[in-house]
Design a protein around this ligand. Structure first.
Ligand SMILES: [Mn+2]
Length: 464
């Protein structure tokens, strides 16, 4: 069976059920996937309810209603099929729409899994979109939400744009008229809302000498090009600049990067803009939209994020922006804490434990931001306490594209090291997380350090 056949079959299963419960993940991809499925099904007059879960685990199963509805697991489920079986979910009441590694199980639950068809750059929201489109082509307006989910799950990161089936979704949105693909465009985060000098100074993939993490350097650079004056009352955002001004900035940045001998590869790519949204709003482009959804999900407000995906630009949107500003200030405080406290250095790892000061759902973001301001040649690991789980420690790791090219694979490191001590972990090569027993923290970090050393050694690129 190919992807399109699985999608067709899933659409038929959905169409044949009146009552449907969607169980989805709380991140941007999970929220987008849920919103797409729920929109398509409501339009088709099904009775739909949704439950959002941070993780599908035994302590959370009670949140899934035990009734005669079809249970659609989206952005989760593939890796927890044994649990579904143990909990007594029958084959006929389950549909899995996921893109995570599948777990073998006796009951052959029907799943549409991107990985199973060889697509590792297609997220759950992308699959949900194809299913929605198969239910009714009228749902092509939802391509926009699917692009947000894919970008939120970093599907565009490695290739500086979406590829394969995910790129087909972009084309649907372009034809429908609610997506503009801007290319070649700066891939830096924050084109719609970030004041220009901050936008440039936060840009660190690739690292731009004299500008990345250097606000005054970024301001001087912009003044030198005549883009801003010294007495700026209101900072423009990237989207405000004229085409010629953008070209001037891009060639200036390219010169700085080339002068340092670094590669220009990741500077430019495809950026997805939404012309039906107001300028200077986070929903104006895919990556800021995804951040808004993540801020909702991380603060127990996934339903608010879903309302936004379904078009709310009033109450839910206002609430989400409030959550986003809290989220930003928490992340800022966390970053400052890491920089002020300093990291411990192991041979192949920089490490810090932030205790119970911050939400465990934001430490990964803090780790990513800290990495570019610390040693950019060693992966960073941040540990923190988990609220309400005194015996559990959350681990977040981040690295960068350069280290990935040298053989670093954080998903493999964390999955291996956590499994050995009875924890669980996974993610991507560049960003991964794990939950481990608090009692094993010391052993764990040294084990991770050794695994990283082995990865560098295997490619002969040990940097020490
Ligand atoms: Mn996902």
């Amino acid at each position: 069976m190919g992807l399109s056949q699985a999608v067709r079959e899933a659409a038929d299963i959905l169409s044949s059920h009146d009552k449907i419960t969607i169980i989805s993940h709380i991140d941007a991809d999970g929220i987008s996937a849920e919103a797409i499925l729920a929109s398509a099904l409501s339009r088709d007059e099904h009775d739909v309810r949704s439950v959002f879960l941070r993780q599908l685990e035994s302590t959370r199963v009670s949140e899934i209603p035990r009734d005669d509805s079809l249970k659609v697991f989206s952005d989760l489920g593939a890796g927890q099929q044994q649990l579904l079986q143990d909990e007594g979910f029958s084959e006929g009441e389950v549909l899995i729409v996921d893109h995570h590694v599948t777990q073998p199980c006796d009951i052959p639950y029907f799943q549409v899994n991107a990985l199973a068809f060889g697509h590792n750059k297609l997220s759950a929201a992308g699959l949900a979109y194809f299913i929605a489109r198969a239910i009714d082509p009228v749902n092509t307006d939802l391509a926009k939400v699917a692009v947000v989910g894919n970008v939120g799950d970093m599907m565009a990161r490695e290739d500086c744009g979406l590829i394969g089936p995910a790129r087909e979704i972009v084309d649907d949105g372009i034809s429908y008229g609610n997506i503009i693909c801007s290319s070649p465009e700066l891939t830096t985060y924050g084109i719609s809302t970030r004041p220009l000098h901050l936008f440039l100074s936060y840009s660190d993939d690739p690292h731009i000498p004299g500008i990345s993490n250097n606000q005054s350097g970024a301001i001087k650079f912009l003044q030198r090009l005549g883009i801003v004056t010294g007495s700026q009352k209101r900072w423009p955002v990237w989207e405000d600049l004229l085409f010629e001004e953008r070209r001037l900035v891009i060639s200036g940045l390219a010169q700085q990067i080339m002068a340092s001998g670094a590669s220009l590869d990741r500077l430019l790519g495809e950026v997805y803009l939404f012309p039906d949204e107001q300028t200077r709003e986070p929903v104006r482009n895919a990556s800021e939209y995804a951040t808004l959804l993540n801020a909702c999900g991380r603060r127990d407000a996934a339903h608010t994020g879903s309302s936004i995906c379904r078009g709310d630009r009033a109450g839910a949107y206002k609430e989400a922006k409030r959550l986003l500003s809290h989220h930003r200030s928490d992340v800022g405080n966390l970053l400052q804490f890491i920089l002020d406290t300093g990291v411990q250095d192991l041979s192949h790892l920089q490490f810090i434990h932030v205790g119970d000061r911050y939400l465990d759902t934001i430490v990964g973001i803090g780790a990513g931001m800290a990495l570019s301001r610390l040693n950019r040649n060693k992966p960073i690991m941040v540990m923190c306490a988990v609220q309400g789980e005194p015996t559990l420690t959350k681990v977040s790791m981040r690295t960068n594209e350069q280290m990935v090219q040298q053989g670093v694979d954080l998903q493999l490191v964390l999955a291996t090291a956590s499994e050995e001590i009875g924890g669980a972990g996974g993610g991507h090569r560049i960003a991964a997380g794990a939950y481990i027993p608090t009692a094993s923290e010391e052993v764990f970090k040294h084990r991770v350090n050794r695994l990283l050393a082995a990865q560098y050694a295997a490619t002969g690129q040990d940097h020490r």
